[in-house]
Design a protein around this ligand. Structure first.
Ligand SMILES: Cc1cc2nc3c(=O)[nH]c(=O)nc-3n(C[C@H](O)[C@H](O)[C@H](O)COP(=O)(O)OP(=O)(O)OC[C@H]3O[C@@H](n4cnc5c(N)ncnc54)[C@H](O)[C@@H]3O)c2cc1C
Length: 552
């Protein structure tokens, strides 16, 4: 049997009401899209004790469970409410960067589109890491185990019977169908499944895959992985309202995790490994607070730096969503399902190896804090619809910096959107594409008038773009996987230069995927769990000579 260490550690505060132990085999920090998966898999597949620490609270509330209400979580207590530094590239604006703060993380608050990423995304990850577990062939297998796909079967690519329920809305708003016809007339093929062969090609449009069960019920990592595991397995302890401060290193090994819970700072000792899954803004912050980061930067904040890792916080990436090209309906039409049922992938230039544009239908008027009031967009969600231009292969790179040594202070995020001229060019092409589609004859029955932006000259349109651009909510890349000096983790997501510490979340993406990032984060959780289970098995097989170990 797997040996559960019982030793205690001075200074550990144990709250008997939740049976918090002094020592856990694994401590997973952050119960989001990736962390919830790793913690669940470790608890399901071993007898090891697993502690899952989540700063947010219970996800079993209507605003999370009702898929149609996903936008109401933005700005609520279930959102970290990060903001980026003001940017000259965005007309001096300070962009909000929402991220989920609740059991399930972004998986519990997101817009429910399931987009797996392009074949070439993963081939490039495999190359960057030198690790074939990220190859497309392997990724396909992993996705097949994750998915419970309700659509047309595709045995090569899609899975059935896995934890994540995925479907296609059967009754999308009628303008979605009209947009698909307009796309076809422009040479953009409509496909039945946007996560099938389409993700190996040049682009397509269609009704999005969504994690919406009957009665508009959200399916998240919390509901599909963490809650069922909690019910079935006693070795998983989930602590809500537990704010991780730092990982305690001794001789470059992760020995303990320090976190605040119920107003007290606690320390739990770790027997095997610590997993940081706190998302692409908090993960680099916690690494730096733990002494892993750029030495000069840490010294400025009086933090000792046993592991100089200049890549921590660098390579920040996000998709850019422009709010948006808006049309007034002829007759009002309330949003349905996830209120974003139609999307397309297309290239701004045929020479690209993957689509770089992903406009999405928003089933309401969608403007920025500048363009919304300027154009008098309506609050009533049934009056207008939006085709929001989206850039999913950005060249711009930002940075997450430590603001202070205080774990309660948010880090400084220089998102650096639109700093690369190529991104501006691609988005200008995307705005043109969206306006052509929205003004196409096929869509005429749903168009009383174009509300925003209308026909503008090149220069004024660029100004509008800088006032309208925002996050697609896909922050990533700040602890990237690779083998070079700037890389933070290896192909098994182990932090370079540290024993017993992995990063498992969107931070590890060397390049953000082509499409929404929830599915790739679930994938990251699964692939990390496989790697951890393999190493767990190796260690315990040799420790028990006979190779016996617990498999629950
Ligand atoms: C509003 C919104 C809409 C989105 N829409 C879509 C969509 O339609 N489709 C899609 O594919 N993707 C979407 N996304 C993105 C997707 O949800 C994220 O890419 C994904 O959740 C990221 O996974 P992660 O594991 O990296 O981090 P997260 O899921 O963000 O998880 C990180 C977890 O760590 C916790 N945490 C952070 N700091 C600490 C700390 N110090 N101590 C303890 N816990 C901590 C957080 O509370 C959170 O639960 C959306 C995101 C948002 C915010």
């Amino acid at each position: 049997m797997f040996h559960v260490r019982k030793k205690t550690h001075a200074g550990v505060t144990v709250d008997q009401s939740v049976n918090l132990l002094a020592t856990y085999d694994y401590v997973v920090c952050g119960a989001g899209a990736a962390g919830g998966v790793v913690a669940s898999r470790l608890a399901q597949m071993t007898d090891a004790s697993v502690l899952l620490l989540e700063a947010g609270g219970d996800e079993r509330v209507e605003q999370v469970e009702d898929a149609r209400r996903w936008m109401s979580n933005i700005g609520s207590e279930r959102d970290w409410q990060f903001t980026a530094e003001p940017s000259t590239h965005l007309a001096g604006r300070r962009l909000p960067l929402p991220m989920g703060r609740v059991l399930g993380g972004g998986s519990s608050t997101n817009g429910l589109i399931w987009a797996r990423g392009h074949r070439n995304d993963f081939e490039r990850w495999a190359k960057a890491s030198g690790d074939s577990r990220w190859s497309y062939a392997n990724v396909l297998q992993a996705y097949r185990c994750i998915e419970d796909w309700q659509g047309t079967p595709d045995v090569q690519r899609r899975g059935r019977g896995g934890p994540m329920y995925i479907t296609k809305p059967s009754d999308p708003v009628p303008v979605a169908r009209a947009l698909a016809q307009a796309c076809q007339a422009m040479g953009i093929p409509e496909v039945d499944d946007l996560n099938g062969a389409a993700m190996e090609g040049d682009g397509a449009c269609g009704i999005a895959n969504v994690n919406v069960a009957p009665d508009a019920k959200r399916v998240s990592v919390a509901s599909a992985y963490v809650r069922p595991t909690q019910q079935q397995r006693k070795n998983l302890t989930v602590l809500l309202g537990a704010h991780v401060h730092r990982v305690v290193l001794q001789e470059k090994r992760a020995r303990a995790v320090q976190f605040e819970w119920r107003g007290q700072v606690q320390t739990v000792v770790v027997g095997e490994e610590v997993v940081l899954s706190t998302g692409a803004i908090q993960t680099p912050k916690i690494l730096m607070l733990s002494g892993i980061g750029d030495r000069a930067q840490l010294q400025q904040h009086g933090i000792d730096c046993p592991v100089h890792a200049p890549g921590v916080g660098a390579n920040f990436q996000d998709h850019i969503l422009v709010a948006g090209c808006v049309w007034e309906y002829v007759s009002p039409e309330p949003p349905r399902n996830n209120a974003a049922e139609f999307t397309l992938f297309w290239k701004s230039h045929p020479s690209l190896d993957r689509p770089d544009l992903q406009p999405v239908l928003e089933e309401c008027a969608f403007g920025s804090e500048v363009t919304g009031p300027a154009y008098g967009l309506p609050a009533d969600r049934s009056v207008a619809w939006t085709l929001a231009p989206g850039l999913v292969r950005p060249e711009s790179r930002g940075h997450v910096y430590l603001a202070s040594a205080n774990p309660h202070q948010a880090p400084r995020v220089d998102a650096n959107f639109l700093s690369a001229p190529e991104d501006v060019q691609a988005l200008m092409a995307c705005i043109k594409l969206c306006r052509e589609l929205g003004n196409a004859p096929e869509v005429a029955p749903f168009r009383r008038r174009e509300w925003m932006p209308g026909p503008l000259g090149e220069e004024v349109m660029q100004q509008w773009l800088r006032q309208a651009a925002g996050t697609y909510f896909h922050q990533s890349g700040t602890a990237r996987m690779g083998t070079d000096d700037g890389a933070v983790v290896d192909g098994q997501l182990r932090v370079h230069g540290v024993q017993g510490l992995r990063v498992v979340d969107a931070s590890i993406m060397p390049e953000v995927t082509t499409g929404n990032t929830h599915a790739p984060c679930v994938l990251i959780g699964e692939i990390a769990a496989q790697a951890m289970l393999a190493s767990h098995d190796r260690v315990h097989a040799s420790a028990s000579e006979g190779g016996q170990h617990g498999r629950g």
